[in-house]
Structure formats: C-alpha cells, structure tokens
Design a binder for this molecule. Sequence first.
Ligand code: ATP
Length: 288
Amino acid sequence: MDSIKLKARAKVNLGLDVIRRREDGYHEVRMIMQSIGIYDVVTMRKINDNSIILKTNVSYLPTNENNLIYKAIKLLFDEFDIKQGVVVELEKYIPVAAGMAGGSSDAAAALMGINKLFDLGLSDEELMLRGVKIGADVPFCIMRGTVLAEGIGEILTRLPNFDCNHILVAKPAINVSTKFVYENLKLGEATKHPDIDGMIEDISNKDIYGMCSKMGNVLEDVTINEYKEIEHIKKRMISLGAINAMMSGSGPTVFGIFPDFKIAGKAYNKLCEEKIAKNVYLTKTFQV
Ligand code: ATP
C-alpha cells in the first residue's frame, strides 16, 4: 500500500462537565462525546525521501511541526525509526478553533493512516496511548461514535449509539481558545453540573427528549460571557424548533437537536438566510 485516504470526523459534546482542576493544571472532565457527519479528508502518500510534507487548502493553518498531523506522524516515525517519508494532503472542512476537535481528529487520522501505510500493526488501543501525548481528545477521535470521556478526556467508555439524522451545527465568525476558556472557568457552588449519568440512561433508553432536557456544558458561561452571539444562536435554534441547543466543547460552535429532518431543514434554511453564523451545517451523528 502506497497511499491512503481517511475521513477525520468532527465531534460535538452532548454533555460536558468539569469535576475539578487538578494540581497539575489539567481539568478532570466527564463528557459525552459524539462523532458527527462533518469531516476533513486526510490523504497520505509514501515517499522515499525521509521528510514529512504537509499541504492544506486552509492558508492560515501551520504546515510545519505545529500542525497536529505533523506531530502525530513524527511521533510514530521516531518510535519505529521509519526512514521513508510521507506527503499529506489535508482538505479542511471542519471549522478551526471551534470546539469540534478538528485538529485532534486530523491527528487521529494521521496515526491510523501511518499505522496502515507502514504496517506497524498497532491496535486502536495502542494508537490511543500514543494519541493522548498529542492531545486529550485524540484517543476519542480514534475510537469515535458515542463515548463517555473521563479523566482529562482520555479514559473512554463506549456508550450505546445515539442515532440522530437531524442536527444543526452553527459556527459564528469568532475563534475561541480552549486554553482561555479553561483558565477562566471558576468552579463553585453555583456551577450547574449536567446530569451526565442521567443522559447516559436516556441514550440507552433511546429517549431523545429526556437526553435533550439534560444537556449541559459547564464551559458555556465562560465563553458566552465573552461572546453573546452564542446565546443568540442557541435561542434562535430553539425558536426554530430544536428540542434543545448547546455550545460544543469550549465553543463557539452551537449545535441543535431537532425532532425530525423536515423541521431541521427549515431551520437550516432560516439560519443561512439570516446569516446568523459563518458556517451552518445540517448533519447527523456518525457511528463506527
Ligand atoms: P477542541 O474541540 O479539541 O478544543 P478545536 O476545534 O477548538 O479543538 P482545532 O480546530 O483543533 O480547535 O484547532 C486549534 C488550534 O490548533 C488552531 O489554532 C490551529 O492553528 C492549531 N492546529 C494545529 N494543527 C491543526 C489541524 N490539523 N487542524 C486544525 N487546527 C490545527
């Protein structure tokens, strides 16, 4: 095999709770992660030259060692002493710095691709152990589907599939730094922690209304305090018929879960017409 093409899936957080800030500065989380139909395409081709050449359709993305794809490839090349090289083409469609794990998903695809291209024989679990060195969301991006993420996001438990064909995703024209949001998070008695266990029960019972009623993200207050348009998009999605709408990750992306495809389709058209966000997508959950 000389080349490989992979889809790197975006995610939304159906629920995001932060339990505490650890001594080392990392945050202990409980999140329900869900892969969705939006993806980047990562194509890799072996070359004899011992180099990593990265090309992308997004001009402002780094193509050097600061790109998570580069880091992922370098990690495996170093460990397995690979003397050949690779040309990578990244077709980026997942909005950048959006709370959709775009970079992490690209890194996950790169790890999986290199494993196959160079016959390394690593299992998904072995790839996940390496992935966490690149980013806390990378192991999930290897596992994909509907998953409970604990620890700093790397302790994963597969959940029953949450199947939904009518999700709207809207990314306003702002970029949010995950670091900034976590640094400004103040956990206290007033913090509203989402009922993650209740959500898991609802997902198991295929109770979409129950699950939506419990959706919550403790990071919302921090990001919405800075960017009011996030609250505006949430409210608009709900007024257009969403069962519920919430910010994903550290934001600014908002997603809404709709009762059916027809209502979601109409809401999609309205949101596009109103130019309420930079990018709007009508998508569905993705399961492996
Ligand atoms: P998360 O949901 O995991 O917090 P995110 O969606 O908020 O991630 P990313 O899109 O992954 O954020 O990008 C954050 C930063 O990482 C960007 O500023 C970008 O310069 C850098 N980066 C490095 N590699 C990539 C990549 N392959 N794709 C996107 N961004 C990348």
